[in-house]
Design a protein around this ligand. Structure first.
Ligand code: GAR
Length: 204
């Protein structure tokens, strides 16, 4: 069985969707651990209710990013994951960490990458007057939110949108998007090679 470790920082609705997809067979794998950088992450409770191992590595307890990343890497490795999934994990990871999991680490980001890497993506889309916004699942590479894209969803931006209504519309698409993209990875359809994502025979 394909082993999946999920990193979260908050609510964990994407993690929950992935767990449910594993339970109902939409993803051919099993979430073996959910790890957060804060004990305030609401998603930890859901994981515990599913009898999934949980852990917290509190980033505020470390002197610098490298020490935090080293501890997190050791912990993640102890669960022997085939895939490491960033589902609302709000810490930047160092190149050493990313390279250790290169090709088997994916992230969901709430924008149509390469537009709006980083924070406040919905505010940026509204400020730019975009008529379309969305979410992206991509392989993680050392450059923030710049790894090769596996799949995207698009939603309209409405004239009446606020940051909150737009974020909600995007989030509604994220759960199916992440489930679909992760199954592409687990099944070997989506592969990372030489900085690109290969989907079946196509190169993206
Ligand atoms: C999601 O919208 C996800 O795309 C975003 O955080 C939210 C987490 O929600 N991720 C990022 O912004 C990563 N840079 P969730 O905790 O309910 O899954």
């Amino acid at each position: 069985m394909t082993r999946i470790v999920v990193l979260i920082s908050g609510r964990g609705s994407n993690m929950q969707a992935i767990v449910e997809a594993c339970n109902n067979g939409a993803i051919d794998g099993s979430v073996v651990a959910v790890i957060s950088n804060t004990d305030k992450a609401g998603g930890l409770k859901f994981a515990q209710s599913q009898n999934i191992a949980t852990a917290v590595v509190d980033h505020t307890a470390f002197a610098d990013r490298n020490q935090f990343d080293a501890e997190l890497l050791t912990l993640v490795d102890s669960f022997k994951p085939d895939w490491l999934v960033l589902a609302g994990f709000m810490r930047i990871l160092s190149a050493d960490f990313v390279n250790h999991f290169l090709g088997r680490m994916v992230n969901i980001h709430p924008s149509l990458l390469p537009q709006y890497p980083g924070l406040n993506t919905h505010t940026k889309a509204l400020a730019a007057g975009d008529t379309e916004h969305g979410a992206t699942v991509h392989f993680v590479t050392p450059e923030l939110d710049a790894g090769p894209i596996i799949a995207q969803t698009r939603v309209p931006v409405l004239p009446t949108d606020t940051e909150q209504t737009l974020a909600e519309r995007v989030l509604l698409t994220e759960h199916d998007l992440f489930t679909h993209a992760l199954q592409l990875c687990v099944s070997g359809v989506a592969r990372y090679a030489d900085g690109k994502c290969t989907l079946g025979n196509a190169r993206m």
